[in-house]
Each structure stands twice: as structure tokens, then as C-alpha cells.
Design a binder for this molecule. Structure first.
Ligand code: NOJ
Length: 512
């Protein structure tokens, strides 16, 4: 296990929207570096940085044109190396976003691969052997290359799939997962990882990690074997580097593939989805943290507990407040409800992630698509630092800012919230500080359930107890585990006497 993960609290930076240092209307790396002290003071000691590579930005940078070059709009490679160094000077770690499954169709590999002559990159991508032969059950593009063959897509039309081979093979053009071409794609990806690790990054968030080998079996054994090979390289060459997967199946991602952490993604009807965004599946919206709803923590636990128990000896489940693909939780939850949600997320086992702007409850906006964001665009608006021009994000003219900002009169800003001790920002900060101060609240301290009853959840972390009452009425919990414990932190009213805990409506308590 990578030791620094134990007490890591991540902050996700979406670079185009964080801080624009040169007034061109888009965020950049020097801007991020200026804000490192802010992230550090908030208590986040690790960063997940969304893609900053050279790209035509048809999918916000997840369409990489050059894996080893920083996009000009963000600065230079030297700016990024300096960012790593400044993070390290503050004892912070930085994960880059590795996009191993596809490139941009403007990547030099693909430009070679689509040529009619056979060259070293001919098999770097998934191609059929004839321009009129499609690919069953997978998206593909035909008639768009000098080469006779169709190529497979991994996501948008601009993102051709890299070739890691196939599990079940049904056509001669499908490479085996251990073929020289599949191995050479994997080795190329390892070299890209080495390049950035040698320049100071501390690991990677791995995009669409579960889908490298096509037609893999249900548990994704062949894809897991690719990652195991990568993990061995990391263990021997970069033992302090960490990898987190976009997989959302920790048994495969952690136990089979060897990831240190796996994201619990916002997937319909899974446990995480029932906490904050139940409205995506049920009109009634019975999200656990929605005070007026009829939430039930058992919907979360039924899905979470078997996953947690299966992986707890080997790695961490990562829960986030939101990410760049997910509607911000503030879409439906008030600041008071968010306080409880964050208190829960930052006191659970595993390694938590805070999405930029969630610390002040930035809103989800209804916006036209920017850079392939579509409905995700609403969660990607610029950070609202203060009430200066463009909320302190950029000195550019408003119409030069690459994406619209919140125009609501009550727009949340960091400047307003930092002066208010009861603000979402300050409560978030307090909870993160509490986690750092108590090993019992960190990634691998013991976790078990004391009481789980609809919107009341009481759980043990090491020798401590956390309790949340997300409902609109008072609750009493009696349990021998409460005997002798004192409350050390609360949000709203909570009181303990002997073995009985009284929780006011919408409250959270930590007992020691
Ligand atoms: C997942 C990323 O989080 C998302 O933003 C991107 O569009 C797709 N993968 C494709 O890379």
C-alpha cells in the first residue's frame, strides 16, 4: 500500500476553470500554482488534475494529441514541473489524468495508423481488415481513412480506440491480448507514465480503466492483467506512485487489477447514487441527504458493504463530492444538506475526493455544451473566488471567458464564505482538519455499522463514532458502544448521555 494515501484528501482541479493567470479567459498552470496555498489551507493534501495535455479539446482534453506535451493554453511542461515541485514543497501529491484507452484522431500515432502503407503504428489502434467490414456491438468509423478498414471508437468520434487486444476473438483482425501489438501499446503507455513520474508527478487517475481489452469477460481478467503488469512496474520503479481507477467495481479494480483506489462512480441505482442524486432514478428523490425525502442509508449499505469488505485489505474505495462528469450535488441539496453529506464522505473509510468549487456549493448551471461537455458543462464553470471581475477567475473581458459563469445574484464565492464561520466552506475545512487530526477517521481505520435506520446512520471508525441524522426530525440512538464517549464535533445539535445519543434534525456528530 502506498503510505501517503492513508491520510490523503484529494482536490480535483478542472484546469480550464480554476484560475486564469494571464487573462486569456481560460485557466492555466501558473494560476493553479498560485492557488496551491489555498488548497493546502483547505486541508486537501493531494490533487487530481484533469488532462492538461496537448489536445484539440473535442472532449475537454480527454482527446490527447501529445501525451508528453502540456497544451499551450495551460502553459509549458516547465510550468507543470514547477507546479509539482511547489506541491511537494507543501507535502502535497499530484495525480495526473492518464487516458490509456484512446487518443485524439489528431495524435501522431493515429495519423500513421490510418495510412494505406503498413507502418509501425498500423496495429496501435483497432482496425478491421476491410473498409466494408464493421465491428459488431462497438462504435466505429468507416470511410474516413486512406487505409482500407474501419476503426473502432472508444468514446466520441474523435477518439479512436487503442489496441490492447481482445478477450473473446471472433475475427482474424482482432489481436490477442498478449499479441506483440497489444503488448507494445501497453509498453508505450508505461513509458508515458515514466515520463511524467520522472518529472515529478505522483501517479495517475486512469480514465475508463475497465475497458482496455475488448470483449473481455465479466470480471475483466484480460484488462486486469494489463494493469497488473503496470502495477508491477510502479512497485519496482516508483513505489510511492498511486493509481486510482475509473472502474467502479473495486473487486476487479483493486483485487484483480491492482489499483490502489477505485472510484465509486455515480451510476444509476448503485449505493453512491442513492446518497446525493437519487432524482436521477426516482422522481420522488429519496436521496439520503435530502432532508424532506424518504432516504434510507441501507440502500447505500447494501451495495457498499460487500464491496468494502471484499477490498479493505488491499485498497481503497474513493467517494467524491462530485466530478467533472456528474451534476454538482448542489443541484438539489441545500448548503445545510451538503454539510452533512461532506461530513459523511470525509469520515468514511477509503480516500475521499473534493471537486473544485464544491467547498462553496457552486451551482450546477444549465448551459450549452462547451468542449464536448454536453450536460456535463453545467458542472465545469469557473471557480468563484470573489466578487471581482469574472468572480476573480480571469481578468479577461466577460465575453472572452471560455465558458459562462453563474449570474445569480446570490452566487456563492469563497470571499464571502471564508468570513462566515458557519459557511459550507468553513465546515468543510473543519471536517477535513478533523480527519487529519484523528487516524481513526482516515483511510484504513476500522469501519462498521452501529445503527442504520432510514436517515439516521451511526458508524464506528476505529475507537471513534460518527453519527448523522439527515432527516427533518429528532432522533435518539441507544447503543452500548456510546457509553463513555464524548462529543468532539457537531454540526447542529447533538447530545450524548450514557448510552444514548440525541441527534437534532439535520445534525452530525463525532464522538471519541
Ligand atoms: C471519462 C472522463 O471522466 C470523461 O470526462 C471523458 O469524456 C471520457 N472518460 C472519455 O475519455
Amino acid at each position: 500500500m502506498v503510505k501517503w494515501l492513508k491520510d490523503a484528501v484529494f482536490y480535483e482541479i478542472y484546469p480550464q476553470s480554476f484560475c486564469d493567470s494571464n487573462g486569456d479567459g481560460i485557466g492555466d498552470i501558473p494560476g493553479m500554482t498560485e492557488k496551491l496555498d489555498y488548497i493546502h489551507d483547505l486541508g486537501c493534501n493531494a490533487i487530481w488534475l484533469n488532462p492538461v495535455y496537448d489536445s484539440p479539446f473535442r472532449d475537454a482534453g480527454y482527446d490527447v494529441r501529445d501525451y508528453c506535451k502540456v497544451a499551450e493554453r495551460y502553459g509549458t511542461n516547465e510550468d507543470l514541473y514547477h507546479f509539482f515541485a511547489e506541491a511537494h514543497a507543501r507535502k502535497m501529491h499530484v495525480l495526473m489524468d492518464l487516458v490509456p484507452g484512446h487518443t485524439s484522431d489528431e495524435h501522431a500515432w493515429f495519423q500513421q495508423s490510418k495510412k494505406d502503407d503498413v507502418n509501425a503504428y498500423a496495429k496501435r489502434y483497432v482496425w478491421t481488415s476491410d473498409a466494408f467490414e464493421g465491428i459488431a456491438d462497438h462504435p466505429y468509423v468507416s470511410g474516413n481513412a486512406p487505409r482500407s478498414g474501419v476503426y473502432m471508437l472508444n468514446f466520441f468520434i474523435s477518439q479512436p480506440a487503442l489496441n490492447y487486444g481482445w478477450g473473446l476473438r471472433t475475427a482474424p483482425w482482432q489481436s490477442a491480448a498478449d499479441s506483440p501489438e497489444a503488448v507494445s501499446t501497453r509498453e508505450a503507455m508505461k513509458d508515458i507514465m515514466r515520463f511524467w513520474l520522472d518529472h515529478g508527478c505522483d501517479g495517475f487517475r486512469c480514465d475508463m480503466a475497465d475497458s482496455l481489452v475488448k470483449n473481455d469477460d465479466e470480471q475483466k481478467h484480460a484488462t486486469a492483467a494489463v494493469w497488473q503488469n503496470i502495477r508491477q512496474m510502479l512497485d519496482s520503479e516508483y513505489p510511492h506512485a498511486a493509481i486510482v481507477s475509473e472502474w467502479s467495481n473495486p473487486t476487479s479494480a483493486i483485487n484483480l487489477a491492482g489499483f490502489h483506489m477505485d472510484f465509486y462512480l455515480d451510476h444509476h441505482h448503485n449505493g453512491y447514487n442513492t446518497l446525493l442524486r437519487d432524482y436521477e432514478c426516482n422522481e420522488a428523490d429519496n436521496s439520503f441527504f435530502r432532508r424532506e425525502g424518504h432516504g434510507d442509508i441501507n440502500r447505500f449499505l447494501m451495495d457498499y458493504l460487500p464491496k468494502y469488505n471484499a477490498i479493505k485489505e488491499h485498497g481503497y474505495i474513493s467517494m467524491f463530492t462530485c466530478n467533472h462528469d456528474t451534476p454538482r450535488a448542489s443541484r438539489t441539496l441545500s448548503a445545510e444538506e451538503l454539510k452533512l453529506a461532506y461530513a459523511f464522505l470525509f469520515t468514511m473509510p477509503g480516500v475521499p475526493f473534493l471537486y473544485y468549487g464544491d467547498e462553496i456549493g457552486m451551482k450546477y448551471l444549465d448551459l450549452a455544451s462547451v468542449e464536448g461537455g454536453y450536460h456535463r458543462t453545467g458542472s465545469r464553470t469557473p471557480m468563484q473566488w470573489n466578487h471581482q471581475k469574472n468572480y476573480g477567475f480571469s481578468s479577461a473581458e466577460m465575453d472572452q471567458v471560455y465558458i459562462a459563469q453563474d449570474s445569480d445574484a446570490n452566487v456563492p464565492t469563497l470571499a464571502d464564505q471564508s468570513h462566515d464561520p458557519a459557511s459550507l466552506f468553513n465546515v468543510t475545512k473543519q471536517i477535513i482538519a478533523l480527519r487529519h487530526a484523528n487516524e481513526d477517521l482516515q483511510a484504513d481505520a476500522l469501519f462498521d455499522v452501529i445503527d442504520a435506520d432510514h436517515q439516521v446512520f451511526v458508524y464506528r471508525r476505529g475507537n471513534m463514532i460518527c453519527a448523522v441524522n439527515a432527516s427533518n426530525h429528532e432522533a435518539n440512538v441507544k447503543d452500548p458502544a456510546l457509553q463513555g464517549k464524548k462529543i468532539i464535533y457537531t454540526i447542529h445539535e447533538a447530545e450524548v448521555q450514557e448510552d444514548e445519543l440525541k441527534l437534532g434534525s439535520g445534525s452530525f456528530a463525532v464522538l471519541k
